[in-house]
Each structure stands twice: as structure tokens, then as C-alpha cells.
Write a protein that binds this ligand. Structure first.
Ligand code: BGC
Length: 778
């Protein structure tokens, strides 16, 4: 009794003098005493802090199913901060042991859907929704946005990436990061940099010219860094022109910190790189998920003088700077109840905004109410990719059938029943032990149902229109085989049979592309009347698609990448692992997660190294500059209305150009229009520059028929620069540049020639390829 009284009295006195109970004299971390705290840390604590604490796969961790956390040092008031993959939504288990509640975050849209909106505000809204859910579920930091360039249509992670163009990728990523961070949640653009294939992703060397690096691969990140100041950046698995990106001082420190002035924290991809000490020296502050041998190596290196304590302290400081910004450090009282309803509404709107109308021979919006849905994917919709950045553990996905019914359509029941049986049986055969809950690579899907003459006759008689859905799913850790670009025999037979039967009866056919990356459309699209690229729209996908098909939403999406005619048409296809055998892939599957070390052998093209011989000619920069035909160009997309472009004006203001143009809705339906601004450099061919490059874009408000809006965009003289390797400089040559207002990279709507003054900026001569590359030249 007496003892208790004494204790109470001490606490009361301590409180009076502002001491906390557990730390009478111990320094506690605050935003303004980081250096002081570092002085109090032991060497061992510092070595722990620069490493993660393992992945939270187990059910008994605080946030089961999430990617990791940072090391806590309670005696110094340093809490753990928690991170999760969240490209399309917070990736976390939906249930927890000893807990009756559900933890379902929203399944937002796949990255391509977002990029196809060409709308920075929409990217902000999605980022904000995700950032808010991360905060309300108690975490601090998301491992997104993934923003590698789409260099090749078969890359396994294309569903996580935005575009083939660095400006579109960088600005959409910046919108997303700004949204995430507006909630006080840290974002993490990744995978820095040139991680453009999954095959042998932990060992492959991307060999790239300094110019292509600067103008394309680094550029996307540079734009994102400058427009959104992400608090963290994730380095990638691959090597770049020699070293691992994780261990490359010139990449991380010389370029990102010294040239771009970025002050955030680098975190490695999970188990990336080989040498933890080199990573520390390069400025890669945190290595995740952390390995014992990394701890030992860093500790030993400091003790032996191989790693200076100053460097370790600098790295620790950046980590603590992140910690003090975190929700957990601030003691945020999270609700576990984000506004899922509001976020679902955003998903539906964004899902529809990103849909791209490719072809419309008077079939859309649909007029009849009776529809026949063909193709397995019509009943087994793909709302996102697989892997850590794919679709999450959402508790529902609005199916296409549901979406169409919600919009007032009657879905043919005979077909529905037949497809349902076929798909259920198909999955049973593929997974006799039940469907796996999570798969990093795309799970196998049943083969296309073969339709009988009776199926078709019944459907044609009972419905007004046929809707065929084709689906492709990509996933992490494996690139897709070339065959995935083309249609299967089953798909071809279905399109032919359905189109012939419907056309014979004077009825029309619409094809939907539920895809993660472009596929062949050129060889078969003349058989259908409408072609709609729905991409992968998250949990509300069925409703979003129905909104566009019914005309409730007028499509305004534009392609964020080129649809090539054949695989092999893009110059980059010459150097990509399109035909790697499955055995080979198996042995290369993610070291650290069980990948076998590869036996020493002669380095193989596209597996051990990939020569980016296309140089700067990626995507439309190639097709457009070399006059190669495409199925659909970058930036393409139709509307249910039409637009006119008038009064283009370009006004110079100091070092920038203000471009304005008036857009008029000349059709009979309300709609929004993306306005694309490209600039063509003088003598581009002689100067070995792309014929034109995207330099800005904007989107009109919803314009009523007959309504006009004047939109404006800015371009700086420095934005027009190319990278000159001989001079290690960004150079804008003086001359007459053509400012082009376009409705796609191949459709110029208005243009003006503008006299531009020279501009130059010298940068560091770093990241040189170590082998001579046979680069494409105009
Ligand atoms: C992926 C990253 C991801 C990390 C943590 C890696 O396999 O490449 O994108 O953030 O795992 O889950």
C-alpha cells in the first residue's frame, strides 16, 4: 500500500516537471532532434535501422499479408513504420487470427486504366483514396507507384506500369504520389530504374545509352520527383550498365540527390542487390526486407573502417526523417474504417474514364436491351494483374453480367449457364485442390468454350447484339510468352462464328479487351463493329464497362501506349526475352524467395543482359519517326461525340511557351476530350531526334453539344532539350519548332511554328554503358 502511494506521487511530480514515466533522462525522437538521437544510438541499433524486419506474411503479425516494416528502438522513442504494396490498393490480408473483423481495402483500378484517363486529377484522387486507406488501416507507407516504362508489350508487370512515354508516366505518377502524400502517407515510386523485364530480373543487366537513360527511363522518375517530391523511392532488382541499381552511387547520389535535389529515402526492392555495404555507400538507405548477413556485413564494415560511420549516420538520418513524418510516429488513431463507399464510387468513375473506344461502326452506345455475352472473360472478368502490385484482396468484383444488369440490360441466360459450367469445370481441372488464394505469376485460366451451332442460333434469335470479351492477365516475376500477344485458336474461332452469325441476322458485334498490355487486334478487328479497350478496372469494373456501353458515360480515355500490328514490329522487340523456355524461367524465379542460384555459364542475350538497341525510339517515338504502320497509335481514342480544335496560340513568356487552343464539342452528346501537345524539333531526322514528342496534355471539362472551352498548357525551353552525350549536356538547339495539338500521336489537329532560343545545361558524365551498343539511328 505504501509502495503504491510513493509510485503515484513520483508519477505526479514527474508529470509536473514534464518528464515521461519510462524515459526520465533518455532522449526521445522528435522531428527537430534527429542528430541528437543519432548520437545516442549504438552502432548495432544503427545497423538494424537500415534493414527491414522481414515480411509480414504470418497471421500473427500486426498487419498480416503486408510487405514489411522498419526497426523500432523504443528506448529512443523510435517506432516501427509499416509498409505495404498498394499499386492498385492496399495489399493486406482481409482477416486476422483471433479477430472477428474483416479488413477489406478497396481494389482500385490497374495502372493502365489510370494512365489511359490522361487526367492528373484522377491520378490524385486514386492516390488519395489509397493513401487514406493505408492511414485508416494503421500503416504508414506504400510501395507504389510502379512506373517503369512500357518498353515491350510482353513485360510481366505492364499492368502495374503507366505508359511507353516518360512524360505521361511521370505526370500520372506525380498525380498519384501527390494524392497519397496529401493524406500524410509516404509514397514510393519504383522500380528505379530500367527494370523493364521480369525474366532473370535479379541478375539481368539493362544496357542503355546515356541518352536513352536521360531522355526516357530517368526522365519519367525525374518528372515525378520534381512534381511530387515522393518521400521514398525504391531501387530495382536489375543491374544498369554494370552495377546493381541498389549499389550505384552515381545513379542514386550523383543524379538523384545532387542533380535533382531529392531529399527522400531510398529503399531497395525486396532482397535486391548483393552487397549491403556498397548499397550503404551508394546512398540506398534502407534494405528490405533485411537479412542477417546484411546486418553482419554492415557492422563488420564499420568496425573495420571499410564503411565510414559518417555514411551510416547519414543513412540513418534519412530513415529517421521518414519516421518522424509517419502516422505511427505521430500516434494517429486509425479507425480501420476508411470510407469504402466513397472510394468505390471513385473506382467506378475512374474505371469508366480510362476506357478507350477504338472502333465504333454505329454500334455504341448500345440501343437494344438484350445482349449475349461471349468469351470466358465475359463471365470471369479480370480486374487487375497478379503479384504484389496486382489486384488486391477485395471482397467483391462487380462482374460484367452484374454491371450489364444494373444498367438495365438483359443478359442471355442460356449462354450464361453454359459458360458458368464450362468455367467452373475448367478451374476444377486446373486446380484439383482448390484455387490458390494468391499467386504472384498469373494463374492458368480455362480454355475458351467452343460454341455449338445451337448456342449461336439461340443467342442470335434472342438478343440484339453480341459482346465478346477477350482477356489477358499479367503478373510479377515472369514475362509473358509471345503467343499471348496473339489470339488463341479458340478465340479466333469464337470471333469468326459469332460475327458471322450476328451479321447474317443483321445484328452487330462489339469486342471488349480486358487486357493488361496491347494484343493483336489488326488481324481480326474488321470482323467486329465495335472495339473497346476496357483495361482492368478494379472492383467496380462491370459497372464501369456498362456505363460506357450504355452511353451513361461518354468514353474519353486515350491509349497510353501504341497497339502494334505484330509482335516484332517495335524495334525494342529485337531485344526482349519473348521466347524463354519455362524451365529457364523457373530457375530464375526471384532469389530470396527460393530462386536457385544459376550455374555459371556464358551470359545470354536478353536473359543475362539486354541491349536497348532501339535507344530513344521506344513506342511511338519509333513507329512515328520511322513511318511504321500500327494498329492504333499512342494517344488514340474515340468518343461518342466529335471535337473541333480552333485558335491555337503559342505565346512566349521568358523561358516558357504558353499554348492555348479552343476545343468545341461539335457532336450531339456531352463529352470530355484529351488535348495532346507534341513538339517537333527542327530537322529532327538529321538531328537523330523523334519526329515529335509529347510535351504536355490536358483534358477538357464535360462539354455539352456546341459548347467550347479554351485550354492552356505550358512548355519550357528546357523541356525541349535532348541529351547530348559528347557534351554531357541537355541542349535545346535554336530554331523553328512545330507545336502540334493532336488527337493522337498520328493525328495532328492544329499546329504552329515557333522560334525557340538555344538553351543548355551541363550534367555529370555518368552511367555509361560498358559495352558498345549497336544503336538505332534515324
Ligand atoms: C516487388 C516489389 C514489391 C516488393 C515487396 C518485390 O517482389 O518487385 O514491387 O514492392 O516485392 O512486396
Amino acid at each position: 500500500m505504501k509502495l503504491k502511494t510513493i509510485k503515484v506521487t513520483f508519477v505526479a511530480v514527474a508529470a509536473l516537471f514534464g518528464y515521461s514515466n519510462n524515459a526520465s533522462a533518455q532522449t526521445q525522437l522528435r522531428a527537430d532532434n534527429i542528430d541528437e538521437v543519432i548520437k545516442e544510438m549504438t552502432l548495432e541499433e544503427k545497423c538494424h535501422l537500415v534493414l527491414g524486419c522481414g515480411m509480414h506474411f504470418n497471421d500473427d503479425t500486426k498487419f498480416p499479408g503486408t510487405a514489411g516494416s522498419s526497426y523500432a528502438i523504443p528506448r529512443l522513442g523510435i517506432p516501427s513504420i509499416y509498409c505495404a504494396d498498394s499499386q492498385q490498393g492496399l495489399r493486406m490480408s482481409a482477416s486476422r487470427a483471433w479477430d472477428h473483423r474483416d479488413y477489406y481495402p478497396t481494389d482500385f483500378v490497374a495502372s493502365m486504366t489510370l494512365a489511359a484517363t490522361w487526367d492528373r486529377e484522377v491520378a490524385f484522387a486514386v492516390g488519395q483514396g489509397i493513401g487514406n486507406e493505408v492511414k485508416e488501416f494503421g500503416l504508414d507507407w506504400i510501395l507504389a507507384p510502379s512506373m517503369n516504362l512500357i518498353r515491350n508489350v510482353l513485360c510481366g508487370r505492364n499492368h502495374e506500369y503507366y505508359s511507353e512515354d516518360p512524360y505521361l508516366s511521370g505526370t500520372i505518377a506525380a498525380g498519384y504520389v501527390n494524392g497519397v502524400q496529401s493524406e500524410g502517407t509516404a509514397a514510393c515510386p519504383k522500380h528505379f530504374v530500367a527494370n523493364n523485364q521480369e525474366t532473370n530480373r535479379n541478375n539481368n543487366v539493362s544496357r542503355i545509352s546515356q541518352r536513352a537513360l536521360r531522355e526516357l527511363y530517368l526522365k519519367a522518375f525525374e518528372i515525378c520527383v520534381k512534381e511530387s517530391n515522393p518521400w521514398t523511392i525504391m531501387t530495382s532488382y536489375n543491374k544498369l550498365n554494370g552495377p546493381y541499381t541498389v549499389e550505384d552511387y552515381d545513379l542514386l547520389t550523383t543524379i538523384v540527390r545532387n542533380e535533382w535535389g531529392w531529399k527522400g529515402m531510398f529503399v531497395s526492392d525486396w532482397n535486391a542487390g548483393k552487397d549491403a555495404v556498397l548499397a550503404m555507400k551508394a546512398g540506398n538507405e534502407m534494405l528490405q526486407p533485411g537479412q542477417d548477413k546484411q546486418y553482419q556485413a554492415i557492422l563488420d564494415a564499420v568496425k573495420s573502417g571499410k564503411l565510414s560511420l559518417d555514411i551510416l549516420n547519414k543513412n540513418v538520418k534519412r530513415i529517421l526523417e521518414l519516421v518522424v513524418r509517419s502516422h505511427n510516429f505521430k500516434g494517429y488513431n486509425y479507425s480501420n474504417e476508411p470510407n469504402l463507399k466513397a472510394h468505390a464510387k471513385t473506382v467506378r468513375e475512374v474505371g469508366a474514364d480510362g476506357i478507350v473506344l477504338l472502333k465504333n461502326s454505329s454500334v455504341l452506345p448500345l440501343t437494344g436491351k438484350n445482349v449475349a455475352l461471349f468469351g470466358n472473360t465475359s463471365y470471369d472478368i479480370i480486374s487487375g494483374g497478379s503479384g504484389f502490385g496486382g489486384t488486391s484482396v477485395g471482397h467483391y468484383t462487380v462482374s460484367l453480367v452484374e454491371g450489364m444488369r444494373n444498367a438495365g440490360f438483359n443478359v442471355n441466360k442460356q449462354l450464361l449457364n453454359k459458360y458458368k459450367r464450362h468455367i467452373d469445370e475448367g478451374y476444377k481441372k486446373l486446380n484439383p485442390n482448390g484455387k490458390p488464394a494468391f499467386s504472384i505469376t498469373p494463374p492458368a485460366r480455362p480454355e475458351e468454350l467452343s460454341l455449338t451451332a445451337e448456342d449461336l442460333a439461340q443467342a442470335v434469335a434472342a438478343t440484339d447484339v453480341a459482346i465478346i470479351t477477350l482477356g489477358r492477365k499479367s503478373g510479377e516475376a515472369a514475362d509473358r510468352p509471345k503467343a499471348e500477344f496473339y489470339l488463341t485458336d479458340g478465340e479466333k474461332a469464337m470471333i469468326k462464328a459469332v460475327s458471322e452469325a450476328y451479321h447474317k441476322a443483321g445484328k452487330k458485334v462489339v469486342a471488349l479487351l480486358d487486357i493488361c498490355s496491347p494484343i493483336d487486334v489488326a488481324s481480326w478487328q474488321n470482323q467486329v463493329d465495335g472495339l473497346v479497350c476496357t483495361w482492368q478496372g478494379g472492383q467496380e469494373m462491370g459497372d464501369a464497362v456498362a456505363d460506357v456501353l450504355s452511353g451513361k458515360v461518354n468514353p474519353s480515355g486515350k491509349l497510353p501506349m501504341t497497339f502494334q500490328i505484330n509482335y516484332g514490329d517495335a524495334y525494342a522487340d529485337k531485344n526482349f526475352p519473348a521466347e524463354v523456355s519455362k524451365d529457364m524461367l523457373g530457375s530464375m524465379f526471384m532469389w530470396g524467395y527460393g530462386q536457385k542460384e544459376m550455374k555459371p555459364r556464358e551470359p545470354q542475350k536478353d536473359i543475362d543482359f539486354t541491349n536497348y538497341e532501339e535507344d530513344i525510339y521506344v513506342g511511338y517515338r519509333y513507329f512515328d519517326s520511322f513511318g511504321k504502320p500500327v494498329a492504333y497509335p499512342f494517344g488514340y481514342g474515340l468518343s461518342y461525340t466529335t471535337f473541333a480544335y480552333n485558335d491555337l496560340k503559342v505565346t512566349q513568356k521568358n523561358d516558357s511557351y504558353e499554348v492555348s487552343v479552343t476545343i468545341k464539342n461539335t457532336g450531339d452528346k456531352a463529352g470530355r476530350n484529351v488535348v495532346e501537345l507534341y513538339v517537333a524539333a527542327p530537322n529532327s531526322k538529321k538531328a537523330n531526334k523523334p519526329a515529335k514528342e509529347l510535351r504536355n496534355y490536358t483534358k477538357t471539362k464535360l462539354l455539352q453539344p456546341g459548347e467550347s472551352q479554351t485550354v492552356s498548357m505550358t512548355v519550357k525551353t528546357s523541356d525541349l532539350a535532348s541529351f547530348n552525350e559528347q557534351k554531357s549536356s541537355w541542349i535545346t538547339d535554336a530554331g523553328n519548332y512545330r507545336f502540334l495539338i493532336c488527337s493522337s500521336s498520328a493525328d495532328v489537329e492544329a499546329s504552329q511554328s515557333v522560334k525557340v532560343k538555344a538553351w543548355k545545361q551541363r550534367v555529370h558524365n555518368v552511367l555509361k554503358p560498358q559495352t558498345k551498343l549497336n544503336l538505332l539511328h534515324r
